[in-house]
Design a protein around this ligand. Structure first.
Ligand code: NAP
Length: 324
């Protein structure tokens, strides 16, 4: 197998997705120019999979970085696997394509590689990405996700995206799409929170049985953005077991946390806006964890979710009331 394919998984629609992706989300306090600088560093370091979203409000910067790296000959467009997501305010089927078109315009590209449903709970459509009522509560909405899925299928047929998938879906929601009458394309992936404290073994097994790639986000324990994450949750990278294994291998806890997922057949996203750590994260292909270390890390699982989206907890589409 050639280099590109040995570091990629073949999706159920025949396209290849690199097993390691660069996360581009950063809290609002981080200057947008960092996304531009760091996406270039990531591409130079060898990242070929870039995970973005309309919600992150930095697709102009990420797109400019990719275009610059294409212009200077570092990569070709077809070497890059770019993911964007349809945000919650665009889940009505008639709005889905416009979300992708906005992303493409910001990127100044004519297609993305993957377009996924960001979250299964819709929010009120409009100009606000996080629409709020007078009490500051997010205004949710309703939609039939099967209709949303058909709109994604149309985006693929129109050539605006090579592949389509979902994010933050539970097993029942995946099953609902897979069992949809007249299904044209299966979801290629489900991007979910997955790390040593939430190892998603049951969802992973289910996804493997349906040839759906599980893509892990917050694999390093999240950015602990106070807007989204409970500040009392434990620091994943301070875990003593991870650190002991890292020390033994002369690696870092971050590398071990990422490598653990890679070895279980998970596609891993890693966000870093720091040159040293971006390079460090690319090195997870250079070492292996023993079966014994894998078992020790399995033992760290405590079903701890950092990204709970609690504002949607009472919505019928809230995905995390189910076991998996
Ligand atoms: P993450 O990948 O868990 O990273 C958390 C933090 O770890 C980063 O802020 C980074 O800080 C630090 N870090 C990176 N490499 C490290 C290393 N080798 N050693 C020590 N620390 C390291 O962050 P995340 O943003 O939660 O998840 C990654 C990506 O997944 C996002 O950027 C986004 O693309 C996607 N995501 C998707 C969803 C969804 O709902 N679909 C939700 C959350 C995230 P520095 O920048 O300072 O290095």
């Amino acid at each position: 197998m050639d280099f590109k394919h040995s570091r990629s998984v073949k999706l159920n629609d025949g396209h290849y997705m690199p097993r390691l992706g660069f996360g581009t989300y950063a809290p609002a306090t981080v200057p947008k120019s960092k996304a531009f600088e760091c996406t270039k560093v990531a591409i130079e370091a060898g990242f070929r999979h870039i995970d973005a979203a309309l919600l992150y409000e930095n697709e102009e910067e990420v797109g400019a970085a990719i275009r610059e790296k294409i212009a200077d000959g570092t990569v070709k467009r077809e070497d890059i696997f770019y993911t964007t997501k349809v945000w919650a305010t665009y889940l009505k089927p008639e709005l889905v394509r416009s979300s992708l078109e906005i992303s493409l315009k910001k990127l100044q590209m004519d297609y993305v590689d993957l377009f996924i449903i960001h979250v299964p709970f819709p929010m009120k459509p409009g100009n606000e990405l996080l629409p709020k009522d007078a009490n500051g509560q997010i205004i949710l909405d309703t939609v039939d996700l099967c209709d949303t899925w058909e709109a994604l299928e149309k985006c693929k047929d129109a050539g605006l995206t090579k592949s389509i998938g979902v994010s933050n879906f539970n097993r029942k929601q995946l099953e609902m799409i897979l069992n949809k009458p007249g299904l044209k394309y299966k979801p290629t992936c489900n991007q979910v929170e997955c790390h040593v404290y939430l190892n998603q073994s049951k969802l992973l097994e289910y996804c493997k049985s349906k040839d759906i790639a599980l893509v892990a986000y917050s694999a390093l324990g999240s950015q602990r953005d106070p807007g989204w994450i409970d500040q009392k949750s434990p620091y994943l990278l301070e875990d003593p077991v991870l650190n002991a294994i890292a020390k033994k291998l002369n690696r870092t806890a971050g590398q071990v946390a990422l490598r653990y997922l890679l070895q279980r057949g998970v596609v891993v996203l890693a966000k870093s806006f720091n040159e040293k750590r971006i390079k460090e994260n690319m090195q997870i292909f250079e070492f292996e964890l023993t079966e014994d270390d894998m078992k020790k890390i399995d033992g760290l699982n405590k079903n701890l979710r950092y990204n709970k989206f609690l504002f949607a907890a009472n919505h019928p589409n809230y995905p995390f009331s189910e076991e998996y």
